[in-house]
Structure formats: C-alpha cells, structure tokens
Design a protein around this ligand. Structure first.
Ligand SMILES: CC1=C(CCC(=O)O)c2cc3nc(cc4[nH]c(cc5[nH]c(cc1n2)c(C)c5CCC(=O)O)c(CCC(=O)O)c4C)C(CCC(=O)O)=C3C
Ligand SMILES: [Fe+2]
Length: 328
C-alpha cells in the first residue's frame, strides 16, 4: 500500500439513507437529533421515503461511485446517518492496518451541514475507535473542472430534452439544499461561502453550456422550525414567479448535490415537476454528477494533489440551537 501523500486508503464519506421501510424513522431520528425539526415535517419526509418503498437511492449511488473509481488504494465507505456507519468503517480500516486515509465527502460546498458536520462526525467516530487511522479530508471541489464538466454535460442533455420550440428561451434554474440564513452567514472563512460557492459553480456551468443564457440560483428542501429564516426563494415559488414573468420553460440543475438522492427524486422530480405541470411550463431536470466519468476521474485527481490545508477551527461553526424546551 502507499501513494503520494502517504495515504494508504480512500474513505468515501456520505450522508447515508434507509434501505427498507423499518429503517426510515430511525434514520430520520439520527438526522434530526437535537436539531429542532418539527414532528410534522419529519412525518412528511417519512412519507416521501415510504412512497419510494422505504429505500433512499443514496446508498446505491455511493456503491456505484465507488465501483466506478479508478484509484490505486483500497476504498472504504462510511456514512453520517445510516449503515455503514463511519465508526464501524473506521474500526475495519484500523483492523486492516490503515494508518492514513484521504476522505472524499459527497458534499461539495462549505457550510456547517455540508462540511464541518462531516468533520465533526469523522472526529467523533475516530474518538470511539482507539488507534483509528488519521483522516485527511480532501478539499472542496465545487469549482473543480471535473465537477463542472459533468454538470455542464448533464445540463446540455436536459436542455435537449425540452421541446425544440421552447429550448432557446429556457431558463437555467440551479438548485441547492436550503440552509438557515444564519448558517450561510458563518459559512467558510469569511462567511457567506455556501451561497457564494454555489453561485460560482452555477456561473461556471452556464458559461460552458451557453454563455449569456439567463440563470438563477434558488433553494429546495427547507427543513427546521418555521420561525427560523432559511435561504429563499424556494424552487416551486420561483417557478411560479418565472411563469408570472412570462417564462415558459426551464431546466432544473441540482448543482448543490452530487447524486440523484431523495431530495432530488422527491422535491424536484415530484414536487417541482407538479408545479410546472400545473403552470403549463416545460420543465426538465439535469442529472447530478453521479458517476459521470469526469466526476469520477476528479476523485483520483484530488487524491494526487498536495495534502490540503485543513479548515480553520472557526470555519463553518455549529449553529447555536434554540435551548431544549422540556415537554416538547
Ligand atoms: C446543506 C445540506 C445538504 C447538501 C450537502 C450534503 O449532501 O451533505 C444536505 C443533503 C442531504 N440531506 C438529506 C436528508 C435530510 N436532510 C434533512 C435535514 C437538513 N438538511 C440540511 C442541510 C443539507 N442537507 C439541514 C440544515 C437540515 C435540517 C436539520 C439539520 O440542521 O441538520 C433531513 C431531515 C428531514 C427534513 O428534510 O426536514 C433529511 C432526511 C440527504 C439524504 C437524501 C437521501 O436519503 O437520499 C442528503 C444527501
Ligand atoms: Fe439535508
């Protein structure tokens, strides 16, 4: 074993998702523990998962990505919220004699939810496994040419699926998971990095697809208590607003995600598609990076880069949660 930088394994770190109906509630409870997500929201999301047979697509998408990788290192996989859990994977890595691994996280942007929380989860899992390998998180890749090329290809394909008579005027509507406004304010070393990085990625993709075409960045999958402000507008409200302005066609580009997991399959392909249908708008949805060959080769390129400088401890801090109110 061994490679540039002394990595002796690659660890793919992901969100995790249920794979049978009985997994759904325990998975959701892992995701929202201590986060103040209202019970009604949780039950709503449970219904989305049960509507798909209790199976999130995300785990299979991780397996597919891992199968597609062409790297000279053993590849391991550990999740934040469901099996295979990070802690179990780190134990296995330790037992296999791994000393230092690079971590590829399936989230491209800076924010507590998309970066720091994964770092914290890795640290927690390592603390529970004495002698666990050192883990070096690979850098953010939202503007990496491999990620951008994959998204540009998929955006072109989605444009081509629109009826020819509305293709020319179609708006590119980039979407990402909404986060609390306060979480965006503290994202990255100088704040605002989540939104700024998404805007940069959307701009790079648009330039490759069709420089000068109109595009927007909007948000999806809002969670959390209703009194907490999250990034807006929501994608469905935005489709309504575009329609009111006379826009009759759009391509949804889920630039905020790296695979077509549940937020994409439900919030875009079911909810946003129904909104477009009701409005009489032509709408297609670009695939996420998934196993696009340029995205897959990007992972090997990141592994070969000099070891990244770790994020400062003050970067993307954990949000201050409302105090727990007994009886709720
Ligand atoms: C920024 C971001 C990403 C992108 C970066 C990344 O990819 O990591 C992301 C991805 C994902 N989010 C996912 C699922 C969920 N997220 C939830 C809740 C939340 N997400 C948040 C943020 C993000 N989430 C936040 C601030 C919350 C509120 C609770 C909290 O403060 O933590 C909930 C609770 C129920 C609800 O939606 O209310 C679920 C079930 C899945 C798996 C999908 C599948 O199963 O296929 C994936 C990939
Ligand atoms: Fe989420």
């Amino acid at each position: 074993m061994g490679s540039t930088n002394g990595y002796d394994a690659l660890l793919v770190v992901s969100f995790g998702g249920p794979e049978k109906p009985e997994d759904v509630m325990p998975f959701l409870e892992n995701v929202v523990r201590g986060r103040g997500v209202p019970r009604e929201r949780l039950l709503e999301v449970e219904a989305h998962y049960q509507g798909f047979g209790g199976v999130s697509p995300i785990n299979q998408q991780c397996r597919d990505l891992i199968a597609a990788l062409d790297v000279d290192l053993p590849v391991y996989w550990g999740n934040r919220n469901w099996h295979p859990f990070l802690q179990d994977t780190l134990q296995r890595m330790k037992d296999d004699g791994v000393r230092k691994a690079a971590a590829f996280v399936t989230a491209a942007y800076s924010s507590y939810s998309s970066c720091r929380q994964y770092l914290d989860d890795i640290a927690q899992a390592r603390a529970a496994v004495p002698g666990a390998p050192e883990i070096v998180k690979l850098r953010h890749y939202y503007d990496h040419p491999g990620f951008i090329a994959a998204m540009a290809d998929h955006t072109r394909e989605a444009l081509d699926r629109l009826p020819a008579d509305v293709r020319e005027q179609a708006r590119l509507v980039f979407t990402a998971h909404s986060i609390p406004v306060s979480m965006n304010r503290t994202a990255g070393p100088a704040g605002g990095a989540y939104e700024a990085q998404l805007r940069r990625a959307a701009e790079l993709v648009t330039t490759q697809v069709d420089e000068g075409r109109a595009w927007d960045l909007v948000w999806q999958s809002r969670s959390g208590p209703p009194q907490v402000p999250w990034l807006e507008p929501d994608v469905c409200d935005h489709l309504e607003a575009l329609h009111a302005e006379g826009v009759r066609s759009a391509v949804l580009v889920p630039i905020g995600f790296v695979s077509d997991h549940m937020e994409v399959a439900y919030d875009l392909d079911v909810e946003a598609a129904a909104t477009a249908e009701k409005l009489g708008m032509a709408l297609t949805r670009a695939s996420t990076a998934g196993t696009h060959p340029r995205f897959v080769s990007m992972v090997a390129e990141l592994l070969a880069e000099p070891e990244p400088v770790p994020c400062a401890a003050t970067c993307c801090p954990a949000p201050v949660r409302p105090a727990h109110r007994p009886g709720r």
